[in-house]
Design a protein around this ligand. Structure first.
Ligand code: SD4
Length: 339
């Protein structure tokens, strides 16, 4: 899990950044503090609902929101914002569950999954992509330059290289050491998708024009069988956007989420009148009803509707999410089912 105590000093960040006074605040001031608790009420984490707004999963969502906000506050669109936003943890070697520095599979390969979706329902994805720092940008290229939605493995890499991406070794000395330690201690037994060995960034943004886009990117489950692909690149599971309704994304055990296409389900529940909070809760409760081992893994959803209302809900304690709205970028604790 990422270190929840290591995040930006919120107040200083918010005032400086939203006044446009600094150009790069990423990682500047850090304090030891707990995130503000969001409580259960819909919209509490976003009082006015005034666009633009960007939301994303986990504490690394703060820095990601910061990059997305730069795009949104200067009048950029939500698609560019979510791409730029999630690129931040993709490039950060300290984030060991996304992009560069992500923990590898049991054979030592860092394999990446990502997807992106825009306000027109266009989408693109990559699965099991190796050696590319920004899988989200390859997913966007798949969306924009091919008649397909998903490319995987070697073919995705060839496509990326043919489109100007650079081949990079994504295994850092730290992640290599962690893998070697794991190998010694675990006898090549692949990791089960349980609680605490993976965190994905999912992001949804609404721009000044009121259009919604979403993105999701991960190195997936550490120590997995080579070739395992999770929910993050599956449109409707890792992320889903419908510009009439809003956007939703997911983090946690991909296998559990894929069984119910949770992000799509949340959109449909919102379409039928649920608030984002109610939709996230109903989706988590459905997982619990249908999957008897639900106490043994983590799964969480984050959603926003067109009104800028926000919802978040998880199976277990510990899910946090970042919201940049109304001139403030803050981390919140999500409510959860298994108390
Ligand atoms: C996966 N859902 O590959 C991803 C991992 C994740 O928080 O989200 N972790 O299953």
């Amino acid at each position: 899990m990422s270190n929840r105590r290591d995040f930006l000093k919120q107040t200083a960040f918010a005032s400086a950044f939203f006044l446009g006074g600094i150009s790069n605040i990423k990682g500047e001031e850090k304090i030891d503090a707990e995130p503000v608790s969001a409580g259960r009420e819909t919209g509490k984490s976003n009082p006015s609902g005034k666009a633009p707004i960007v939301i994303s999963t986990w504490n690394f969502g703060l820095a990601a929101n910061d990059a997305a906000w730069k795009v949104l506050s200067s009048g950029g669109n939500a698609l560019d914002a979510v791409e730029k936003g999630v690129q931040v943890p993709e490039a950060d070697p300290k984030v060991t569950s996304v992009g560069y520095g992500g923990l590898p599979d049991r054979d030592g390969h860092v394999t990446l999954d990502a997807s992106i979706m825009d306000q027109n329902g266009n989408c693109g994805a990559v699965g099991c992509l190796e050696h590319i720092m920004h899988p989200i940008s390859v997913a966007r290229k798949v969306m924009e330059k091919t008649p397909y939605i998903m490319l995987v493995g070697e073919g995705a890499l060839e496509f990326a290289l043919a489109n100007g991406f650079t081949k990079t070794d994504l295994l850092t000395p730290e992640s290599k050491a962690a893998w070697e330690k794991w190998k010694k201690e675990n006898n090549y037994t692949p990791q089960k998708p349980d609680m605490n060995n993976h965190d994905t960034i999912g992001m949804v943004a609404i721009d000044k024009a009121g259009d919604v886009s979403g993105a999701c990117t991960t190195s997936g489950l550490a120590w997995k069988i080579h070739g395992r692909v999770g929910d993050s690149p599956i449109i409707g599971a890792g992320v889903y956007v419908d510009n009439e309704v809003g956007g939703a994304c997911s983090t946690g055990k991909g296998e559990a989420n894929m069984k119910i296409c949770g992000s799509m389900l949340i959109i449909e529940l919102m379409r039928n009148g649920k608030t984002p909070q109610q939709a996230c809760e109903e989706t988590i409760k459905r997982v619990a009803r249908k999957q008897s081992d639900y106490k043994d893994f983590q799964l969480a959803y984050l959603a926003m509707n067109k009104k800028g209302e926000i919802g978040a809900y998880a199976l277990q304690k510990g899910f946090s999410y970042a919201v940049a709205a109304d001139g403030v970028n803050k981390l919140y604790d999500s409510d959860y089912l298994c108390k």
